[in-house]
Design a protein around this ligand. Sequence first.
Ligand code: MRU
Length: 318
Amino acid sequence: MTLPAPIRWRDGRLWLLDQRRLPDEMFYQEQHDARAVAHAIRDLNVRGAPAIGVAAAYAMAMAWRHGDDLETAADELRRARPTAVNLSWAVDRMQNAANQGRDLVEEAEAIHNEDRTMCEAIGRHGASLIKPRSSLLTHCNAGALAVSHLGTATAPMYVAHDAGVPFHVYVDETRPVLQGSRLTSWELSRAGIDHTLICDNAAAHLMAGGDVDLVIVGADRVTANGDTVNKIGTRALAIIAQYHGVPFYVACPSPTFDPTTATGTDVAIEERPAGEVTDGIPTVAGVKVRNPAFDVTPAELVTAYVTERGVLEDIGDA
Ligand code: MRU
């Protein structure tokens, strides 16, 4: 199974798959410095919590090799997007490595490889949730495009599919940036995984009809109490899943856990440009728009967290 890699690092050079162009075109844009990577993160050319952490790590490594000011690079990268903790986690780790006089290229490669290993473990643990002929639902793209390999929410799907387990996935289109219809559906198609695209607002109807056995999503940050910050619409999905008795799983690696932040309400939720909501959509000229990119799912709505350590019901085990 050949999955798309969002980040390529070859001979000290960095290329990012431009995810704004998918699914029409697969184009890798070379990045020459940390500022360019910060722009690519902000503009969603590279996106998904673990992937922006890995991209930022390589950006710091490039800044170090070029002799650029590391504080400036770190600030620009951290400010690119506020919500996913993986970004600041990776930048902090690179700064600590620099302070200890370590090789930053090796450190970035280690972050990239560890992410790959964690996603593979998430896939192995999470595959146990996918019974033959079960029907899953996912939101946004917590797929191979969002990480180093396999994805988080999609990792169990790829592992189960490889093992020959028959199952089906409903893919939320994920307004307004359409990570579901442009990215997750594209990934699953390439892997030959049976799936159906739905409007975000169709999920409750499908659950009411008994068409969904479990929901699995990714996360941008899980706070100390288990609250999960993820793509806008996740909270609504978790609420309707509980109402219909559908288990709701959050798949994420350990760098997504943020024990220093008490609850989801303490997390800065990114507000993105209005044009993401209105461009190409019939609207009234000058209409007021709000475009929060993420929301908070309370811990009590999460059945379990699928991590590299196993399927954990209790955040204390993460
Ligand atoms: O705005 P995006 O596309 O970066 O949002 C991505 C998500 O919300 C993902 O679910 C999350 O980052 C987990 S990716 C493994």
